[in-house]
Design a protein around this ligand. Structure first.
Ligand code: CA
Length: 156
């Protein structure tokens, strides 16, 4: 899940005295970005748990059941100089920014959306890479919903 094979679909051992493969060895890499619709799951940076590459621009979108919110936190978060993860509280990057994280800044935090959508953008620049991130998310009942009910009760 979330991985794909990168490289030539078939390689052959070249004959003669060279003893080389016909193409670079294929690798199993994390997808660069994804759209997920499960009520809970994991988002990985490209290549995870190996270092991500330079010059990435990865988009992740999360949609959970309508009427629910989303809790998201980082199990691992190590970005190198110049790299950033932005998390938007909605279905695209016109939404309010919940947070923009560099270095290890997202560790220990839990972000909560106000709707059933989150949009994440990961950028790496042209030099220095890191381990990246492993984010876990799950849907939750929106607290806002309770507050609305509470207000309704107290004014009744
Ligand atoms: Ca970098």
């Amino acid at each position: 899940m979330g991985y794909r094979l990168e490289g030539a679909p078939e390689i052959i051992c070249l004959g003669g005295g060279r003893r080389m493969w016909s193409a670079p060895l294929p690798r199993c890499v994390a997808e660069c970005g994804s759209s997920v619709f499960n009520n809970e799951g994991i988002l990985l940076s490209p290549n995870y748990p190996m270092n991500y590459d330079n010059n990435h621009e990865c988009i992740y979108s999360i949609q959970v059941q309508a009427g629910k919110g989303i809790n998201i936190s980082a199990r691992t978060f190590h970005l190198a100089q110049g790299d950033i993860l932005k998390i938007y509280d909605g279905k695209d990057n016109t939404a309010h920014v919940l947070g923009a994280f560099t270095g290890s800044a997202m560790l220990g935090l839990t972000l909560i959306s106000t709707s059933n959508h989150l949009w994440l953008e990961f950028y790496s620049d042209t030099e220095a890479t890191g381990e990246g991130f492993k984010l876990v998310y799950s849907s939750k009942i929106l607290t806002q919903h309770f507050q609305t009910q509470h207000t309704a009760c107290s004014t009744a």
